[in-house]
Design a protein around this ligand. Structure first.
Ligand SMILES: Nc1ncnc2c1ncn2[C@@H]1O[C@H](COP(=O)(O)OP(=O)(O)OP(=O)(O)O)[C@@H](O)[C@H]1O
Length: 227
């Protein structure tokens, strides 16, 4: 469902004399439906860079990336937007929201953009917010003033509101208390059980061991010149 073959990436630092940083070469991996794969490797090894290339935010300099039937590495922006709407979910570490939009709406929005009717979308959003222990008194407020952990739970609710066939998770259990961490682990287990292909960065080793079928160490894709 998620595939990378021989992917290479370099950054050109235009504000530093055009220095070229070759950060990755020969990166290959595949995540099948129902499988959870963890990206590991030291800080700076390229985990986030690989995730951003799969998400379509960073261009690939060589090789190919595909999610489902779409070649992300050569896709048009409108194809990337459609992929993100239907097929590929992404739970980043931080919630980014438009100010003043109420929490219930923030969480329901991915379903609304798929044409699900408001009542059903809000029901599903409410169920997830309840599971993630966000009190109903907060649902009509914008999450911009929420605590870090509350914002992360809203972010997770939004990321799991639609049953994406593929998901990218960036430290989904970071900054959560024990009970909410357990809830998030269950949400990920449920996504796997319904056949989602999941690729994630999990610094939380216990969560990684419970959830992940395999580990891909991105240090193996670091060019010789950087080792
Ligand atoms: N936009 C960018 N411009 C220039 N260099 C970048 C950019 N993004 C990442 N890099 C460089 O690419 C390398 C890999 O960074 P990346 O953030 O992917 O590592 P990581 O494994 O996710 O690290 P961490 O665990 O610390 O988050 C680093 O040397 C970083 O400086």
């Amino acid at each position: 469902m998620i595939q990378a073959e021989n992917v290479a990436k370099e950054f050109i630092l235009h504000n530093q004399g055009g220095t070229v940083l070759r950060v990755m070469e020969g990166a290959s991996l595949a995540v099948a439906p129902g499988e959870c794969v963890a990206l590991t490797g030291a800080s700076g090894a390229g985990k986030s860079t690989l995730m951003r290339m799969i998400w379509g935010n960073y261009r690939t300099d060589a090789g190919r990336i595909a999610v489902g039937s779409l070649e992300v590495s050569s896709a048009e922006p409108r194809e990337i937007i459609a992929l993100r709407r239907r097929t590929l979910g992404y739970v980043s570490q931080f919630l980014r929201v438009v100010p003043r939009v109420p929490t219930l709406r923030v969480v329901a929005e991915p379903l609304l953009s798929l044409g699900v009717d408001m009542a059903e979308a809000e029901d599903r959003a409410a169920a997830l917010l309840t599971r993630l222990r966000i009190g109903e008194n907060l649902w009509s407020l914008s999450p911009t003033t929420f605590s870090g952990g509350e914002q992360q739970r809203v972010n997770i609710a939004r990321g799991f509101v639609h049953d994406y066939p593929a998901m990218l998770l960036d430290e989904p259990t970071a900054s959560l208390d024990a009970a909410n961490r357990e809830t998030v682990i269950h949400l990920i287990e449920e996504a796997k059980a319904r056949g989602a292909a999941i690729l994630g960065i999990f610094h939380d080793e216990l969560a990684r061991n419970r959830l992940c079928d395999r580990v891909v160490d991105v240090s193996g894709f670091t060019p010789e010149t950087r080792r």
